[in-house]
Design a protein around this ligand. Structure first.
Ligand code: KG4
Ligand code: ZN
Length: 342
């Protein structure tokens, strides 16, 4: 990234085909894949940017939260490069990266995020609401008490026989079903009303499945996953009856309602001037449409789909203000699985 504004290159090494057949990320395989990919990816990123190591002013790496084995690969590689080239090291929080993807793109689009802003980070590991003030000061307003929204998508998909990650598949199939066919109810939150909970929804889907004779269609989908690495929508639909498409549409509708209801309440509470929705689940087209149509109290900013799921450009974007402040990390910096933002 140049001047904190221009993304010169953004290379992503996807591990979806490795983990897809296991129904989720296998930590040991993830770190091995990172180790295999890191040198070719850095080389390709420099090549695409028509740059070399001597053009760099600093090296940024994610320190957490996440799987420690994978974090260690990136952090150790960054430390080594930083040591060898005498470049400052910048430690970035993954969640802040997701938020900065939006800050960067909103500036590029000429409609910058205004403060105070509300950030809803929805990924495989997080469903968090942060108040964000000028100077990138964060305050946690609410979070999930159990599953993250992306995790709920992935778990529901898995129990229905779809492959990992389930979010994009449910997103593509949901428009073929009736979002009002199955009614899900959400428990009222005791304590912080801005917290989320998705485990009840997952259990409701499980009960729905158990009360119907669905094993044959679930087995047919599992068989499809074994035969085809990435089934097409038509292949999924051929083994998914209308009632199951209705279930997917209703589940997605329930998740979106839960997310937007609490986001709207928090935005009102802090008199937010902008709402940022970021993280892998921000790719969801139903969520994007619903956020556009909902009467939210302030403008909503989504990242482009390419910057919604994990990527390096968002880490560089979050690192840039630290570079300006000369907020550098030492070689004793550790990877932190449960790092928080606020
Ligand atoms: O941010 P991300 O790439 O990785 C984490 O930091 O977790 O998010 C991955 C999550 C997965 O749970 C995946 O199912 C979900 O984002 N996801 C989606 C969509 N695309 C990715 N969920 C719903 N709809 C999508 N289109
Ligand atoms: Zn992420």
């Amino acid at each position: 990234m140049q001047d904190g504004e221009v993304v010169l290159s953004s290379v992503i090494a996807s591990q979806m085909t490795t983990h897809g057949k296991y129904g989720g990320v296998v930590p040991e395989l993830a770190s091995r894949e990172h180790l295999r990919a890191i040198v070719p990816v850095v080389r390709e990123a420099l090549g695409q940017a028509r740059s070399s190591l001597s053009d760099l002013d600093a090296i940024a790496a994610t320190v957490g939260p996440g799987l420690v084995g994978s974090l260690l690969v990136g952090l150790t590689f960054a430390k080594s490069l930083s040591f060898a080239r005498g470049l400052p090291l910048i430690a970035v929080n993954h969640i802040e990266g997701h938020i900065h993807a939006v800050v960067l793109e909103s500036r590029q689009a000429g409609t910058p995020v205004e403060f105070p802003a509300l950030a809803l980070v929805v990924s495989g590991g997080h469903t968090h609401l942060f108040e964000m003030r000028e100077g990138f000061q964060y305050r946690l307003l609410g979070k999930t008490r159990d599953d993250a929204a992306g995790e709920a998508f992935d778990k529901v998909a898995k129990l229905l026989g779809f492959s990992y990650p389930g979010g994009p598949i449910i997103d593509r199939l949901a428009p073929r079903g009736d979002p009002h066919a199955v009614r899900f109810t959400f428990a009222k939150m005791k304590g912080n009303a801005l917290d989320f909970s998705f485990s009840g929804l997952k259990t409701a889907v499980l009960r729905w499945v158990q009360s119907r004779a669905m094993q044959t269609e679930i087995d047919a989908r599992r068989d499809l996953v074994r035969r085809t690495p990435g089934p097409t929508d038509e292949e999924w639909i051929a083994v998914t009856p209308q009632a199951t498409l209705d279930l997917l549409a209703s589940f997605q509708h329930a998740v979106i309602t839960e997310l937007l209801t609490r986001a709207a309440a928090s935005a009102g509470q802090i008199e937010a001037q902008s709402l940022i929705i970021s993280g892998g689940v921000a790719c969801n087209s139903g969520l994007r449409t619903a956020a556009r149509l909902a009467h939210l109290p302030c403008p909503v900013h989504f990242p482009s789909p390419g910057l919604s799921t994990d990527n390096a450009a968002m880490i560089a974007a979050a690192a840039f203000p630290k570079l300006i402040r000369r907020d550098f990390a030492g070689f004793d910096t550790l990877a932190q699985a449960n790092l928080t933002l606020a």
